[in-house]
Design a binder for this molecule. Structure first.
Ligand code: NAD
Length: 270
């Protein structure tokens, strides 16, 4: 997700500093963006100078203190509450007081994440969808403590990125994932029970519902680990059985099958 967000922010004319945990991961992420832009150049969608300008707007770092001058921070680390709170606490101590802190969390409580800062009025959710450059929607999550000014500025930022924004309450899974996840989990359970093959389910859904991807293709794109984390968090918060992820997802994660990003998921990407 992070690299898609960085690409869209830079393509929209903003200077962006991306922070990763290691130089290797940083190079991999920025290298991926360069590859996508080269493909756009080859298709005549951008010029050589346009590509150069976009790449020049992206600065990579492993040093958090470089975020000091940022006006808005978008956190997109693993879907783990403790990690997100730790990062928000660090960032709160680094960035200027007027900066807005946002989280790309798929389902976690933005209110709880904001409690790790001394500026909960300047925290809100900014939830992109995968793949970020193609998906139009961004959910903007306003907590009871988010100020109206922070909310408005975040919406304006989303619009400046060329997205359609929708306001969401701070409720587990927000608007879309609360509905999407039970559908994905049901497909996995049908497959795990041996009722249908994944190809039968993906093929039927695409033809019947007109979706661009079937559930297994989508889970592989999102990341099986992310799908599992989201379900576990939503189920823990709500107790809604439909949000409880099927055991097969846990088994696949244990085997290192994370989907496209690991080269293996429900399908092979080797
Ligand atoms: N995958 C999706 O389709 C999707 C869609 C919408 C939102 N999200 C949300 O985006 C977030 C990230 O999901 P993802 O799919 O990109 O996960 P991912 O596992 O693919 O990537 C997470 C990245 O965070 C980095 N990271 C971990 N700790 C860090 C730190 N302290 N500082 C900087 N970087 C750090 C990791 O190195 C890794 O590159 C999650 O909150 C997830 O719910 C994901």
């Amino acid at each position: 997700m992070g690299r898609g967000i960085v690409q869209v922010v830079a393509e929209s004319g903003f200077e962006v500093v991306v922070r990763e945990v290691s130089p290797d991961l940083l190079d991999k992420g920025i290298g991926f963006i360069e590859k996508i832009l080269t493909a756009k150049l080859d298709k005549g969608k951008i010029s050589e100078s346009g590509k150069k300008e976009i790449m020049e707007r992206i600065k990579g770092t492993i040093d958090l203190s470089v975020l000091r001058e940022s006006d808005i921070v978008i956190e997109a680390v693993f879907e783990k509450m403790d990690l997100k709170k730790e990062i928000f606490s660090w960032i709160d101590n680094i960035v200027k007081p007027e900066a807005i802190l946002t989280t790309n969390t798929s389902c976690l409580s933005v209110t709880e994440i904001s409690s790790a800062t001394k500026r909960p009025d300047r925290v809100c959710g900014l939830h992109f969808f995968n793949p970020v450059p193609l998906m139009k929607l961004v959910e903007v999550i306003k907590t009871e403590r988010t100020s109206e000014e922070t909310y408005r500025k975040t919406v304006d930022f989303g619009i400046a990125l060329g997205k359609e924004t929708v306001k969401s309450k701070d409720s587990p899974g927000f608007i879309a994932n609360r509905i999407l996840c039970p559908y994905l989990y049901l497909a996995v359970q049908e497959y795990a029970d041996g009722l249908f093959t994944k190809e039968e389910i993906d093929g039927s859904i695409k033809l019947e519902a007109g979706f661009p991807m079937g559930p297994f293709e989508l889970i592989d794109l999102i990341g099986i680990d992310v799908c599992l984390d989201i379900g576990e968090a939503m189920y823990k918060e709500t107790g809604i059985q439909e949000l409880n992820p099927p055991a097969l997802l846990k088994e696949m994660v244990k085997k290192g099958c994370f989907g496209r990003k690991s080269g293996r998921g429900f399908y092979d990407y080797g």
